[in-house]
Design a protein around this ligand. Structure first.
Ligand code: C2E
Ligand code: MG
Ligand code: MG
Length: 575
């Protein structure tokens, strides 16, 4: 068995010796004998056949040729193989490749047409066959292997996903580990696949249709894996994984599959989109589940993107993963240890009078570094931890308002941020009213910033919660207007008190006149709807002047101050 050699080769070995493969290549019997000797060191079988007679040619020392046994006999077949690649090579004059499966073996046959120049001057058209035999690692063999994982004879059902018939997660991990252990020198590729918005399929068309999507997807991925002699598994839900030998991994196959599935399942209501994450295994010693995790990390980078199908794991993603692990792993201790602190950024009038502040979280690490929210908020959201941080910051803000009571800062409000996830994991209303009651703070002094995107996740539910909060006296601000979709229907449906326009998006517009027109219109619109406007991200006096002229009266931005620790904020305010 010369398994590793087969995988090394992608191009075919045609008879060389200065001659091109194909009909034009003429070989004397001696040349051909030498060529076969050379190839027999590289292939399990190297032979010349007469594809018309289906017989192997015998080269004798005296330069004559004879006919030996039937060429298809090698895979114990009774008769010629269907679509014989050598016959095809002979007919077309072109190199052909084919795999013949027999019992536990797969025969990979390359057929190269050659012309043999015999001693008597005549020419004999034949085909050089180069054959590699590998243990059949595809369906039946996979199944047998799976049934016998770890010698436990676990049985087909226990190892296969009952819906899709591909390996289940456990079997995939274990079989994958065995495969890699058996050939660690091979380049392996881990691919994970995930259907975008799969939940929608179930919701829109029912579970039966959802199952059909999973079954079809699994079947196509299974075919890819089998053709590449790899493994295919369903890790759960709409998550699939394939472990493929690197030499047989082709991105085109994934793209073709995505396209075909799209053709089957696209409808007016639903755009089918499957994403693949690819991890080229660098360290064969890491657990297969971790390899899947890395492929998934790559996949996540394009999860919402309809225009991309494949993402490959790289150093950038690895760095992000490590950062995520650091955040999730260190969160609990940091929260208990008071490492999450509230910074305040003033909210001011044009003349610099401070009228309030926004509370912004900072992770102050024991080594003195301060981690900005951009490095941890999203991770905490994805990990389902954000509500714990938010409740902590809300409490710090309410405590601060309480501390300001009876001082010169009594009139200042504090705005706190909310994540879309908060609405689904906690009773925001209960928590906030609980806090203001406990600390005896006027709810009007605590303002709630909800991003436009968060409100859009479920506008109906958002509107209900927002109304309830406003009735209780909290002021609600729509945060980051202009950063996301900036939907007009959002303004129509959700009654809020303040619209916070993010200037960030305007910085990207080169054309000052256009920026001015957009801003002026949004300010007018908000005022007509009875909302106050705050412009965020004001950095220069020039911007401040222009915004004031457009009718904006409240501002937040580096021009006035960056977010600073609460104590520093108090000191500055007094100054
Ligand atoms: P945000 O709520 O829109 O907060 C304003 C962000 O703009 C802050 O970034 C602030 O530092 C930045 N900023 C303010 N003025 C300027 C300026 O003039 N120029 C520029 N370039 N930027 C300015 P920060 O503190 O990094 O916070 C980023 C985001 O993280 C916040 O955006 C908010 O969405 C989120 N966030 C912060 N703290 C929390 C929190 O406690 N809970 C939740 N859920 N999200 C938070
Ligand atoms: Mg905010
Ligand atoms: Mg904002």
């Amino acid at each position: 068995m010369k398994e590793s050699r087969q995988s090394e080769r992608t191009a075919h070995d045609a008879p060389k010796q200065g001659k091109a493969p194909g009909k034009s290549g003429e070989y004397t019997v001696d040349e051909m004998r030498r060529f076969l000797e050379e190839m027999s060191g590289k292939y399990d079988l190297a032979r010349v056949v007469d594809p018309i007679e289906c017989r192997i040619l015998d080269f004798q020392n005296d330069g004559r040729i004879g006919m030996k046994e039937r060429c298809y006999g090698i895979w114990n077949a009774e008769q010629k193989c269907v679509n014989c690649s050598s016959a095809l090579a002979c007919r077309t004059g072109c190199h052909q490749e084919k795999a013949e499966r027999f019992q536990d073996e797969v025969y990979f046959i390359q057929s190269n047409p050659v012309s043999l120049k015999l001693a008597d001057g005549s020419v004999f058209d034949a085909v050089v066959e180069l054959v590699n035999i590998e243990k059949d690692s595809t369906r039946e063999a996979n199944d047998r292997e799976a049934e016998n994982i770890g010698g436990r004879a676990a049985g087909y059902l226990a190892q296969h996903d009952s819906l899709t018939n591909v390996l289940n997660a456990e079997a995939f991990y274990e079989l994958g580990r065995t495969r890699i252990q058996n050939s660690p020198e091979r380049a392996w590729v881990m691919v994970t696949g995930n259907i975008m918005n799969f939940r929608l399929v179930n919701n829109l068309f029912g579970v039966a249709r959802g199952n059909e999507v999973l079954v079809r997807t699994a079947a196509m991925l299974r075919e890819i894996s089998e053709n590449a002699r790899g493994l295919c598994g369903r890790l759960g839900g709409d998550q699939f994984a394939m472990l493929l030998p690197g030499s047989r991994f082709r991105e085109e196959n994934l793209l073709d599959t995505a396209r075909s599935l799209g053709e089957v399942f696209n409808s007016g209501l639903f755009t089918f989109c499957i994403h693949f994450g690819v991890y080229r295994v660098e360290d064969p010693a890491i657990p297969v589940s971790v390899m899947c995790g890395r492929a998934n990390s790559a996949l996540r980078t394009i999860r919402e993107d309809l225009t991309r199908t494949i993402a490959v794991f790289d150093d950038e993603i690895l760095k992000r993963d490590l950062q995520e692990q650091k955040v999730i792993g260190g969160f609990e201790e940091a929260l208990q240890g008071g490492q999450f602190r509230m910074y305040l950024q003033p909210l001011a009038r044009k003349d610099g009078t401070v009228i309030g502040a926004e509370a912004l979280a900072r992770w102050c690490l024991p080594d003195g570094t301060v981690m900005p929210p951009g490095d941890f908020i999203e991770t905490l959201e994805n990990a389902g931890l954000i509500q714990r941080l938010d409740m902590h910051i809300w409490e710090l803000a309410v405590k601060q308002l309480r501390a300001w009571k009876g001082t010169g800062l009594e009139k200042l409000s504090i705005s706190v941020n909310m994540s879309a996830k908060d609405f689904y994991s906690i009773d925001v209303y209960e928590v906030l009213t609980g806090l203001v009651d406990r600390y005896g703070v006027d709810s009007r002094m605590l303002r709630l910033e909800i991003t436009e995107t968060a409100l859009l996740v479920d506008p109906e539910k958002s509107d209900a919660v927002v109304s309830k909060l406003r009735n209780r006296g909290f002021l609600v601000e729509i945060d980051d207007f202009g950063k996301g979709f900036s939907s007009l229907s959002l303004l129509k449906n959700i009654r809020a008190d303040v619209l916070k326009i993010d200037m960030g998006f305007l910085r990207e517009i080169r054309d000052d006149e256009r920026s001015r027109i957009i801003l002026r219109s949004v300010i007018c619109l908000a005022e007509a709807l009875g909302m106050d406007v705050i412009t965020e991200g004001v950095e220069t006096e020039q911007q401040l002047k222009a915004l004031s002229e457009m009718g904006c009266s409240h501002f937040q931005g580096y021009y006035f101050s960056k977010p600073i620790p609460a104590e520093e904020f108090e000191r500055k305010y007094h100054e």
